[in-house]
Design a protein around this ligand. Structure first.
Ligand code: LMR
Length: 393
């Protein structure tokens, strides 16, 4: 039976981690998978998380099961950061913990499917795992163009998609720091998107995986909030991988906004049942650490400072790249200064991407996506010179 299976290519992004590790060059640069790096190229555990973990070790007295909803203290502690003064949705909002943002996206799609959604609209390019999840859960993916060649969001394409959508469609949108382009909708765009979604009544699935890494914690979710106060119902997938540096601990949350408070329990019960069948319960440790940070004023302040530091550093890298626009003409580096988060897409050919890797030890996704956090004062000039080299011919 099992020999009927066809071999699958390894996930290209994750394969890049191994290729990079095997490269013996001292001056190699990793711009592949989306992890934050410091000026020294390290991805350290947040100081606030370390302190919270120590507290957990000292005080946690049981590791007994919690249930498919996970640590509800964590889920609730995240709410003010994500939903602010949730006046527009109070009483219609419930959440649960998930294994990473991926678990939350998967749960959102599976729940939408259980509710009758047959197609999901997805702006492309998108995080490659979005399409994989949609395929695996068994809904049809309908694509629309996310960005224009000039480096801005193609909001018209999105509005047209919404206008032409069917009643049983859902739409998957990135809340902020679009992966892979870094190109976000403006506040004005979000207003138009929210209105279009409300007029049409299709289900929005909002993926918030980089909260706090764009313009700020409040700014990054302003668009999501604009949508949530307008639409009757919505699903939100949230990741703490990047903004708490908990990548491998798999910390995410899934929030459901129902049409009415009376309809909420049935929705939540379905999400619980799907979670139980998928992973039974989420891993506890990372969520408990986030809850510990958010329930302590001192640790929260420390976390906010750490996040500010990350955001400011990435802004500096983006500004340096934008200033190098003339050094690698045709790549539109100037627009990187306007974009947000860890990622940007460079219009490089496959050959140029291979040349960057083989001749210069620079590793990036095959799509031309770079993780700007892989750059710092010590390697940005080297990267710009390499771009100039491969774009020269
Ligand atoms: C990325 O896009 O690099 C991250 O979201 C990591 C992942 O799981 O793909």
């Amino acid at each position: 039976m099992l020999d009927q299976l066809e071999a699958q290519a390894p996930d290209a992004l994750l394969a890049l981690i191994k290729m990079y590790a095997q490269d013996p060059r001292d001056d190699k640069i990793d711009l592949g998978v989306g992890v934050y790096r410091t000026n020294d190229g390290a991805t350290p555990v947040f100081r606030s998380i370390k302190a919270a973990e120590q507290r957990l070790v000292d005080t946690q007295d049981s590791k007994s099961y919690l249930g498919p909803e996970g640590d509800t203290g964590f889920v609730d502690a995240m709410k003010p950061y994500l939903f602010g003064d949730d006046a527009g949705i109070r009483g219609r909002l419930e959440g649960m913990q998930t294994p990473g943002g991926t678990g939350a996206v998967r749960l959102a799609v599976a729940l939408a499917k259980a509710a009758g959604v047959t197609r999901v609209h997805l702006g492309v390019p998108s995080w490659p795992n979005h399409a994989q999840i949609l395929r695996d859960v068994g809904v049809e993916t309908v694509t629309f163009r996310h960005a224009r060649a000039n480096g801005t969001a193609d909001t018209d394409a999105l509005l047209e998609t919404i206008a032409n959508a069917r009643e049983t469609d859902a739409i998957l949108l990135h809340g902020c720091c679009h992966n892979p382009t870094g190109i976000d909708y403006t506040a004005d765009d979000w207003g138009r998107i929210a209105k279009a979604l409300a007029d049409k009544g299709i289900l929005p699935i909002l993926d918030v995986a980089y909260h706090g890494l764009g313009q700020g914690l409040e700014e990054d979710v302003a668009g999501v909030r604009t949508v949530l106060v307008k639409v009757p119902e919505a699903l939100v997938a949230y990741s703490c991988d990047k903004n708490f540096g908990l990548y491998r601990d798999r910390v995410g949350a899934f929030y459901m906004v129902a049409r009415s408070s009376s309809g909420l329990p049935a929705i939540v019960s379905n999400a619980n049942a799907l979670a139980r069948a998928n992973w039974s319960m989420p891993p506890d440790h990372g969520g408990a650490a986030v809850r510990t940070v958010l329930c302590d004023e001192g640790l929260t302040t420390q976390w906010l400072e750490e996040l500010d530091e990350m955001r400011a550093r990435m802004r500096r890298v983006r500004e340096r790249l934008a200033a190098a626009d003339n050094e690698a003409p045709g790549l539109n580096l100037a627009m990187l200064g306007e974009q947000n988060g860890l990622f940007a897409m460079l219009p490089l050919s496959k050959d140029q991407i291979v040349k960057l890797r083989e001749d210069h030890g620079i590793y990036m996704a095959g799509s031309g996506r770079i993780n700007v956090a892989g750059l710092h004062a010590g390697n940005t000039d080297q990267f710009i010179a390499a771009l100039a080299d491969v774009t020269r011919q």
